[in-house]
Every structure is written in C-alpha cells, then in structure tokens.
Design a binder for this molecule. Structure first.
Ligand code: SF4
Length: 463
C-alpha cells in the first residue's frame, strides 16, 4: 500500500506536493519522497519516516519548480529502507525520469532477466524500477491508438513499459516538462484527477485534493494513460478490457473515510458494510463499540440498523510513536494499550458488540476482547465488517503469508475461543459484495481466494 501524488503547472509545486502527500500519510509510513522539475532539471528528496517529521524546511529549499510528484511508502515489494524509497529517478534515453508507483507487479523476475539480457541493469530491489528501466527497452504503439504529434517520441516507450508489466499499478512518470499518468487495465489501485486554477493534480485519494482546496475532476480510468504538458491534456485508452478488479479492501480498510474513489464515497460503502453485517446478525446487546479508527464507520451503520446505541467504549491515543523499550512479559499487552484504552464509564456491566473492519492475525482482537472484559464488560461479541481473510495480496497490499492468516489455520469456533469472545461473526462475502455498486468490477481475492491476475513471480517481501 502506498500513496502517490502529482501536480502540474503551479509555482512552488514542491509545497503542494508536501501537503498533498501528507494527506495520504495513512497509506504509508515507512518513507516519503518528493521530486520537482523546473523544466530544466529534476531534484529529489527522499527520507525514511513520516512526512512532517522527515522532510525539513532545509530539504524543501533544495526543491523548486512547477511540476512535482510525491510518494509515501508502505513497502510490499523489495527491501525496507530508503534505497527503495520513491520517487525513483533514472537517466533514460528520454532524459531523466522520476516515478512514483502504487501497486505490485507480478512478473518482476521474468522482466528483470529479460532486461539484463538486453544489457539494461536494475539498481534497486523494488518492482517499481521496472517501469523506468523498460523505457530503454523497446517501443510499442497499439493499432487503435493515434498519437498526438507531441507524444510520438515519448509515449511509444511508455506504452511498451506498461504493456510488459503485469499486476497492479497506478503510476506517475515525471519528465522534465510533463507528467505521464497511468492505471493498469484492471484498475486495482485508485488514482484521481483534480483541478486547482490552472494546475492539474493527481492523487491516490480525493482527500489529497481537499487539503489543497482543489476540486475533484474525475478518476484515471483503468487502462488509461494521460499526458499533461504546456500544450494541454491528452488521454489515451491504452488497454481496452472489460474485466476490472478494483481492490475492495480500499473500502474495507485502507482509504480514508472521507475519500472518493472507485466511483463511490468510502464512507458510504464502509457504512453499508456495517448495515449489512447487522442484517446478518441476531445478537442482542446493550451497546455497539467501534475499534478506532477503522471500525468506527461500519459501527455507525451497524448501530443505526440494529437500533443499539453506539458508545465510544475504546478511546484511541493519537500520540503514539515508536517505543524502543521492550515490555516485560507481564506488560505484554502494552503495545495495544498504548494505542487503545477502554472506557470503563460505558463498558461496566454491558453486553458489548465490538466492531472491527477486518480480522487478519487475530492477536490484536484477542487483546481488545480481554481489555474490554477487564474494564467490566459483561459480554463481548466480536463482529467483523468483512469476510475472513483467507489469502495474501499480490497486488500491492502488505498482507501476511497464507500461514499467518488466522482464518486459514482455525475454524470460526476455534478463532472465537482463541480471541476469548462470547461470539464471533463476520460479514459474509455476498454481504460485502452487495455494498459496492458492481461487485464484478472488484477484486476480492484475499476474501474469496479467486485471483484476477496470476502471479508468475514477484518481488513480494515474504515476512
Ligand atoms: S487481494 Fe485483497 S487486498 Fe489485494 S487487491 Fe485484491 S481485494 Fe485488494
């Protein structure tokens, strides 16, 4: 999971990129980077850590221009650390090109070998580098595309790169004088277009436009390539494909609730998941308690549908950083308790339905249930606003291996026992599918086990 941002045609583009990518901080906390072009040269700053803490005013002084791209990283492919932080910058036959990528390519090793045969080297261990290295390989223009005279040099190389990679990509290339933006044919990851006066913006989620006062214009379509330069905006439908596979987990967890993507508002869909879960559930309880923050929106839907009051029975501490002091065995729950604190005032003596967005390993849920009991809850019923996670993601989400997924190792009854809840219920797969406009346009492989793109090989980091 990563966040990407781009802006064209604004003075001090670096400042817009800084705040635009800050709004996407929830999509990646490992590293941040900004690249800026003044039409002559491209400068890049990359740091590990959070946007506000890592990029200093001094760093910002090294950047100035009218075009910028930015990235926050939560690594899924390649090593951790700053070497693979983005934007990646590479000298190509088209001049220097910077790139930001959200997604995961599933034919990394095959393409790497093919490039090496052609004498084209990769210098990083991230799959994203392929999208740059392939610019120096060959050219490709499909028959149905008629190129604008401005695009005849550059786009055949970009089209070739995009036609070779398989998997998930929402990507922004920054050349010295233009941006080229693309989304894979399945549309796995979101990418939206915004407008601010004469500037054009691109971002993983619409919340990025809100912070800048920009207007959401539209989404980059699956399979579409957009070029923006001083001559204007040009759009090409590079891939025509009926089947789409937009990531349903964006609605379950990743995206911010106020964002718009995949043709819908995240809040609306997430709330619908809570409503659907309530319709499938016949439990009797006194209060509904969300696990903050991601359980909050489905809990609102659940509470309204059931007519059971919503109470903030768990309070989140928003000032948690990293602790280097390892807790003792007795303090083993400290990491969860540092973040989430029970609210005894509403829990004591109550039959509690606690709502979380998803259940992956189960270890945090176990701690939450025991925390609620210690705070006086009479009964704790765990409700999950998505189906059991049964498979890893190969398309850009950092999920555990199949063996680490609790739903693969135990039955529902065993999981309930492990977690210590009085009952456990998931939203059904059908229920989840009913919450989006057209379920056939979505990937739900981690819930259903049906993968829309075969994973030949991958740079996926197995943890
Ligand atoms: S496997 Fe799951 S997380 Fe990955 S793209 Fe599909 S729905 Fe999203």
């Amino acid at each position: 999971m990563c966040g990407i941002f781009g802006i064209f045609n604004v003075e001090q583009a670096q400042k817009y990129a800084f705040y635009g990518i800050y709004a996407l901080q929830h999509r990646g906390q490992e590293s941040v980077g900004i690249a800026v072009s003044d039409y002559e040269k491209i400068n890049v700053v990359k740091k590990t850590g959070l946007v506000l803490e890592s990029i200093s005013p001094k760093d910002m002084e090294t950047l100035n221009g009218n075009i910028a791209i930015a990235h926050v990283r939560y690594s899924t492919a390649g090593d951790l650390g700053s070497a693979n932080a983005q934007p990646l910058l590479r000298k190509t036959s088209l001049g220097p090109v910077a790139l930001v990528h959200n997604g995961n390519l599933v034919n990394y090793n095959t393409l790497k070998a093919q490039l090496q045969e052609k004498g084209i080297n990769l210098y990083h261990t991230s799959d994203s580098e392929l999208l740059l290295a392939l610019l120096d390989a060959e050219e490709y223009v499909p028959e149905h595309i008629r190129l604008h005279p401005e695009d005849t040099t550059l786009l055949p190389k970009v089209f070739y790169a995009l036609s070779k990679v398989k998997g998930a990509y929402s990507v922004i290339y920054m050349f010295k004088d233009r941006l080229v933006v693309a989304r894979d044919a399945f549309g796995f990851r979101p990418l939206l277009v915004g407008r601010l006066k004469n500037a054009l913006l691109f971002a993983s989620e619409s919340c990025s436009f809100d912070i800048l006062g920009a207007q959401l214009w539209r989404e980059v379509k699956p399979g579409e390539v957009i070029v923006v330069d001083k001559k204007g905006i040009r759009s090409y439908q590079l891939f025509q494909q009926e089947k789409k596979a937009m990531c349903i987990f964006e609605f379950v967890y990743f995206s911010k609730p106020e964002s718009y993507l995949f043709g819908d508002w995240v809040y609306k869909v997430r709330k619908a998941m809570g409503i659907a879960l309530a319709k499938e559930d016949d439990i009797i309880a006194d209060i509904v308690v969300p696990v903050p923050d991601s359980g909050l929106v489905p809990a609102i839907g659940y509470s309204q549908q059931k007519g059971i009051p919503l109470e903030l029975g768990i309070i989140r501490n928003h000032y948690v950083g990293r602790s280097f002091i390892e807790p003792t065995q007795e303090l083993r729950d400290i990491k969860v308790l540092m973040k989430l604190n029970p609210n005894r005032a509403v829990l004591e003596g109550k039959r509690v339905v606690v709502i979380d967005d998803s259940l992956v390993r189960g270890t945090t849920s176990k701690k939450i249930v025991s925390m609620l009991r210690r705070a006086g809850a009479k009964e704790v019923h765990l409700r999950i606003a998505s189906p059991p996670v049964v498979g890893p993601c190969y398309y850009g989400i950092d999920t555990p291996t199949k063996e680490e997924l609790i739903a693969n190792r135990f039955t529902k009854e065993e999981i309930q026992k492990f977690i210590g809840a009085d009952s456990l219920k998931y939203l059904s797969l059908e229920g989840l599918r009913g919450c989006v406009k057209d379920a056939n346009e979505f990937c739900d492989a981690c819930f259903s086990g049906v993968y829309p793109v075969a994973y030949e090989d991958t740079a996926l980091r197995i943890r």
